[in-house]
Ligand binder design. Structure first.
Ligand code: LLP
Length: 380
């Protein structure tokens, strides 16, 4: 990726920079794999920067929201309400109301109490809410424990064994329409076998439901496809062919059945970078520190998940390599982006990029230490 470094010098750091050409190429690569009964709902939680959202809306995708705020952001960015799916274990009344009034596609419902509230609120407004149930498939995904969601011990979804009962309850209700099932097994998954395992689970389930006469018009398999954090320039666009082929091969769809996807990270991860400036280079007794002006308030993934982000010295890419702990200014010892990292020698004022930060970067920023939220730019 090439960066407009002269323009960067005019902007206050730290900030996010989105390469919209890469974003558009990524969206196009996804579109190439979508067949008529496949529908992509971008998982908005990964990045709600308005520029990014507008590109995705323009590509014709739907979206997957987990809050009223996300629904509002999507409507403002130009997504169609009927292409919005709304998930989350704890939906507030105002959020359900917003979904009902806007006429969103599906509520992905995660419990019976939630179903009852949606039915009640829909009744008060003379509406019918389309609901799909999030099923916990108990498929273990090979990723960090904090981002695994499909195990029985996780708080998400309804247990497999309760599914038929819950569908029957919904079918009896006057103001909800049962339209499908929803799954999601985890995030940053690079092994296609995990998705193949989900397909098998879904096939088994469908056979059971066929036998009791329950039809499932829509299946939503969630998101989870990972990106190459180690080598963002080598693999700027994830292998969408392998991903969608896994589903094309693995899942046995019934006549007319629609398959929905909720990719987040794979859509926006590689197009975003956090741009930060080196404030000081400090020689410790055993370490050399590159102290930069971004901290975990701007990109929390390394502190929270031990995540790796490739760090690129934009100012002097050809300088001799030295070892650094790259750290931020926040008063916590976890404010470290990386330890013992080999990178071209930096000095005060150099600009560096923390790559692959488009997903779960800007959106997870906080104002701890009274810091300003990082701004997001594109097309400079
Ligand atoms: N659908 C559901 C129901 C989800 O819970 C998620 C992510 C997605 C779709 C999108 O998953 P993706 O395609 O982006 O993997 N903050 C963490 C990731 C948390 C993911 C939560 N759920 C991180 O920075 O790695």
């Amino acid at each position: 990726m090439s960066f407009p470094i002269e323009r960067f010098k005019e902007i206050r750091t730290p900030f996010y920079y989105y390469d919209t050409a890469l974003l558009d190429a990524t969206l196009e690569a996804i579109k190439q794999e979508l067949i008529p009964n496949y529908h992509m709902h971008y998982a908005v939680k990964a990045c709600t920067n308005p520029i990014v959202l507008k590109h995705i809306a323009k590509a014709g995708f739907g979206c997957d929201c987990v809050s009223g705020g996300e629904i509002q952001a999507c409507l403002e960015a130009g997504f169609n309400a009927e292409d919005i799916v709304f998930a989350g274990v704890g939906k507030s009344d105002w959020e359900i109301e917003l979904g009902l009034e806007a006429g969103i596609g599906f509520f992905n419902v995660e419990s019976i109490p939630e179903l009852e509230v949606i039915n009640e609120m829909a009744k008060e407004r003379g509406k019918i809410a389309r609901v799909s149930f999030r099923i916990n498939p108990n498929v273990g995904a090979h990723t960090h424990a904090n981002i695994t969601t499909g195990l029985a011990e996780n708080k998400f979804g309804i247990a497999m064994e309760d599914m038929e009962k819950v569908i029957r309850i919904a079918q009896e209700m006057q103001n909800v329409e049962f339209v499908g099932l929803h799954f999601h097994i985890g995030s940053q998954l690079l092994v296609m076998d995990d998705f193949a395992a989900l397909c098998e689970r879904i096939n088994e389930l469908q056979e059971k439901l066929d036998k009791v006469g329950i039809a499932i018009p829509n299946i939503n398999v969630g998101g989870g496809l990972g990106i190459d954090y180690q080598n963002p320039d080598g693999n700027p666009i994830p292998n969408f062919k392998a991903y969608f082929d896994t589903y094309k091969k693995g899942i046995q769809l019934r006549e007319g059945q629609q398959l929905h996807f909720e990719l987040g990270r794979a859509v926006v991860g590689q197009c975003g970078s956090l741009i930060t400036k080196v404030l000081f280079v400090k020689q410790g007794s055993v370490k050399q520190f590159a102290i930069v002006d971004a901290g975990f308030t701007d990109l929390i993934r390394p502190a929270l998940y031990d995540a790796f982000h490739f760090i690129q010295n934009l100012t002097s890419p050809d300088a001799p390599v030295e070892k650094y702990d790259v750290v931020g200014p926040i008063c916590e010892s976890s404010d470290v982006f990386i330890k013992d990292y080999d990178m071209p020698k930096v000095q005060r004022g150099d600009l560096i990029a923390l790559r692959s930060a488009g997903a779960y970067g800007e959106i997870m920023a906080s104002q701890y230490n009274c810091r300003q939220l990082p701004k997001g730019y594109a097309d400079l």
